[in-house]
Design a protein around this ligand. Structure first.
Ligand SMILES: [Zn+2]
Length: 310
């Protein structure tokens, strides 16, 4: 469904419906795709481009906010299928799109071989001549519509966010946290940060969230999942939870069962916040919807603790 700013959300189908979005932005008959799911999602994304009435030849740009595979894994097959598209990627991510060997190894370490094979479907290299490196402030020209790439580390050092002045909106990848529509209620959206492995940095993430807010956005498109308004309230929620998550991790440091303690602490934190948000069966809903994210956040916090201790 295309909105007033010619932005279409695409459900990449990664793991479950409503988990992982890509966005198609159309201007003067030309298109840019922002994020694209894993390699397993490539056909679904192509089908959605077709369904939006956009010719494959009309896609000029594929922007990946960062090179985690649920955002960039499909870039290889999509660059093959979209003959005029060029891949726009953060300077720290570009080498890994051209040679994905280390990304694949990293994803297998995080998700395990079985889940990697099931949900990721490998990865293809992107030819170097189709890659455009987006330094901070890089502007992608989509048929006259400027898409500004702004360095936003904290979730990952290879992360930029995309400012679309026309819609006064960000495409923030994972920098502005996770906000699943299942938690929407009369109090609005529910949000939590993602600290998934391996480059979480709390101070950088605080600073990047402030950088997004400085534009006074009308809305923010997050990858997991969809468009959120009320940016100031949600930013405050994210800041508070980053601090709470860091405190949970620090309290678990030095214990043999550190990971289990972080998992339990995060589950309790999100349950409490979901209850505050007005969700009645908060404990059940958090377990149903956030189980995978709690595991990834706990892994990422553990890796950050080990790095911080050095
Ligand atoms: Zn990510």
């Amino acid at each position: 469904m295309r909105d007033t700013y010619d932005i279409t959300i695409i459900d990449t189908g990664y793991v479950r419906p409503g988990l992982c979005a890509a966005y198609l932005v159309v201007e003067n008959g030309r298109a840019a795709l922002i994020d694209c799911g894993t390699a397993s999602c490539a056909q679904r994304v192509l089908d959605a481009i077709d369904a939006a009435g956009v010719a494959r030849e009309a896609v000029d740009w594929l922007l990946v906010t960062h090179v985690h595979l649920d955002h960039a894994g499909a870039a290889g097959p999509l660059i093959q299928a979209l003959p005029n598209a060029r891949l726009v990627v953060h300077p720290r991510g570009a080498p890994h799109m051209i040679d994905p060997t280390r990304l694949i190894a990293g994803a297998k370490a995080v998700y395990g071989e079985v889940a990697f094979a099931r949900d990721h479907g490998g990865m293809l290299p992107v030819p170097e001549e189709r890659v455009v490196v987006a330094d901070d402030g890089h502007v992608v020209d989509l048929a006259g519509r400027a898409l500004l790439c702004v360095d936003t580390p904290g979730h990952a050092r290879h992360h930029y966010s995309v400012w679309d002045a026309r819609s006064r909106s960000w495409f923030a990848g994972d920098t502005f946290g996770l906000s699943y529509r299942e938690f929407d209620n009369g109090n609005g959206a529910f949000i939590l940060p993602t600290t998934s492995p391996v480059q979480f940095d709390p101070q950088q993430l605080h600073d990047s969230i402030d950088r997004l807010l400085a534009q006074s956005p009308a809305s923010i498109h997050v990858a997991h999942y969809g468009e959120v308004g009320e940016c100031e309230r949600l930013a405050a929620d994210l800041h508070a939870q980053i601090d709470a998550m860091v405190a949970i991790a620090r309290a678990a440091q030095g214990h043999d069962d550190r990971h289990a303690r972080i998992v339990d602490g995060l589950a309790a934190l999100y349950t409490w916040r979901a209850r505050e948000h007005g969700i009645d069966d908060a404990a059940v809903r958090v377990r149903e919807i956030l189980d995978g994210d709690i595991e990834l956040n706990a892994q990422g916090l553990g890796i950050w603790l080990d790095r911080d201790a050095k």
